[in-house]
Design a protein around this ligand. Structure first.
Ligand SMILES: CN1C=C[C@@](O)(C#Cc2ccnc(-n3nc(C(N)=O)c4cc(F)ccc43)c2)C1=O
Length: 349
C-alpha cells in the first residue's frame, strides 16, 4: 500500500476509534494517541469531552465492556502509589472482570505527549517495559503496562545506599541492551536514570521505562535539536553537554545519561551534586566530564566504560552497542555477577 492509502486508512481508523475503547493493535493506539493533545485550557473542555472514554487495549487481559474502559467501573487502583514518572503517578491496578493486575500511569491530557505511546507502542524487547494499552477518560490519559514487582532501581538505591561494582555493571549492561534496540529503531529515550529502570521480583532482570521524554529521530539525520519543539528535558544531573548547549542532539545523549546513572549506582548520589550548586547545566557545559567521581576502587575496565560514555564530544562518545560490549567485558574482568542481595546498607560514598 502506498503512503497516501496508509495515511487515509489511519485517518479512517482514528475516526472509527473516537469515543470507543477497543482491543486493538499498537498502530491503532499510536494513531489515536496523536489526537490526545491537551489544548492547554481545560475550560474549553465541554461536558462531552469530560465524559469521553476512548482508547486501545493491547492485551485480552484488560477487557473493555461495550467499548468502554472506565476507572472504578471496569478497572480499579489497588494499594498505594507505586511511583511517579514524568508528569504522572503510577499505580497498581486490577481489571474487575479478569482479575488481571498490572501497572497504570495517569497523566493529565495537557501534560500528555503522544511520543510516550508512539515511541514504545509496537516495541517488543526483553529489556523494554511492555505497553498494555492506554485510554483517555475525560481530562486524563491512563497508560497500562506490565507490573514490575521489584520496583525501580532508584528505590533500590534509596534502600541500599550504593551498589557493588558487579551489580552496577550488570544493570548498566541491561540498560544499554534496551538503548541499543531503541536507537536501532530511531527512538531516543531522553531520560535514562535509575528511577526509570524497573526490576523483576528477584531483581535479576531490569527493563527501561518512561517514554515521556522520548523522541522519534528521523533516520535522514536532519538536525535534531531537542531543545526546540515540545521536547521536555530529562533529569538535569543526567543531561548531556550538547543538550544544555542547545546543540545538535542524537542517540548519544542517552549514552551520556546511562553513565551518569552508573555514577549514581556506584556512589549513591547523582553526579555534579557533591561539587556544584544549581543551576548545574552551566557546569555540565563548561566543566570536564565528572570522571573524578568514579570510585577509586573501580576496576580499570569499569573506568574505561564510564570514560567512553562520558566523552563531551558526541562523535567521540561510544554508541550504546559499543558501550554494552565494553560493559560486558568489564563485568567479566571483575569476576562476573557475584555479590548477593544481603540487604546490607552501604552509606553513600
Ligand atoms: C511502556 N510505558 C508506558 C508508559 C511509560 O512511559 C512509563 C512509565 C513509568 C514511569 C515511572 N515509573 C513507572 N513505574 N512503573 C512501574 C511498574 N510498571 O511496575 C513502577 C514500579 C515502581 F515501584 C516505581 C515506578 C514504576 C513507569 C512506559 O515506559
Amino acid at each position: 500500500k502506498n503512503t497516501s492509502d496508509t495515511l487515509s486508512m489511519d485517518e479512517f481508523l482514528v475516526d472509527a476509534l473516537k469515543g470507543n475503547v477497543i482491543l486493538g493493535e499498537p498502530r491503532n493506539l499510536a494513531c489515536l494517541a496523536k489526537t490526545w493533545k491537551g489544548d492547554g485550557s481545560s475550560s474549553k473542555a465541554c461536558l462531552q469531552e469530560i465524559n469521553e472514554n476512548e482508547g486501545v487495549l493491547l492485551t485480552e487481559k484488560l477487557k473493555a465492556v461495550d467499548y468502554e474502559y472506565r476507572e472504578e467501573v471496569h478497572w480499579t487502583k489497588c494499594q498505594g502509589l507505586l511511583g511517579t514518572g514524568s508528569f504522572g503517578e503510577v499505580y497498581k491496578m486490577e481489571d474487575k472482570q479478569t482479575g488481571f493486575q498490572c501497572a497504570a500511569k495517569k497523566v493529565q491530557v495537557e501534560h500528555f505527549r503522544a511520543e510516550e505511546l508512539t515511541t514504545c507502542a509496537g516495541v517488543t524487547h526483553a529489556k523494554v517495559l511492555p505497553l498494555y494499552g492506554a485510554v483517555k477518560e475525560g481530562l486524563w490519559v491512563t497508560i497500562f503496562m506490565k507490573l514490575m514487582e521489584g520496583g525501580s532501581l532508584g528505590q533500590l538505591l534509596k534502600q541500599c545506599g550504593y551498589l557493588p561494582e558487579d551489580r552496577a555493571l550488570d544493570y548498566l549492561s541491561q540498560t544499554l541492551e534496551a538503548l541499543e534496540y531503541l536507537h536501532a529503531h530511531n527512538v531516543l529515550h531522553g531520560d535514562v536514570k535509575a528511577d526509570n529502570v524497573l526490576l523483576s521480583g528477584d531483581r535479576s532482570h531490569a527493563v527501561l521505562c518512561d517514554f515521556g521524554h522520548a523522541a522519534q529521530l528521523h533516520p535522514d539525520g536532519i538536525r535534531n535539536c531537542l531543545t526546540t519543539g515540545d521536547y521536555v528535558p530529562g533529569t538535569e544531573t543526567h543531561l548531556a553537554p550538547e543538550i544544555v548547549m542547545g546543540k545538535h542532539c542524537d542517540f548519544k545523549v542517552d549514552v551520556w545519561s546511562s553513565c551518569c546513572m552508573m555514577l549514581h549506582l556506584l556512589n549513591g548520589y547523582h553526579p555534579w551534586t557533591q561539587y556544584y550548586n544549581h543551576p548545574l547545566c552551566l557546569k555540565i557545559a563548561k566543566e570536564p566530564p565528572p570522571l573524578r567521581e568514579i570510585p577509586p576502587s573501580c576496576h580499570p575496565s569499569t573506568v574505561q566504560v564510564i570514560t567512553s560514555g562520558l566523552e563531551k564530544e558526541p562523535t567521540k562518545r561510544a554508541s550504546a552497542a559499543e558501550l554494552r560490549m565494553k560493559t560486558c567485558k568489564a563485568l567479566k574482568q571483575v569476576g562476573g555477577l557475584k555479590s548477593s542481595w544481603s540487604g546490607e546498607y552501604r552509606e553513600p560514598r
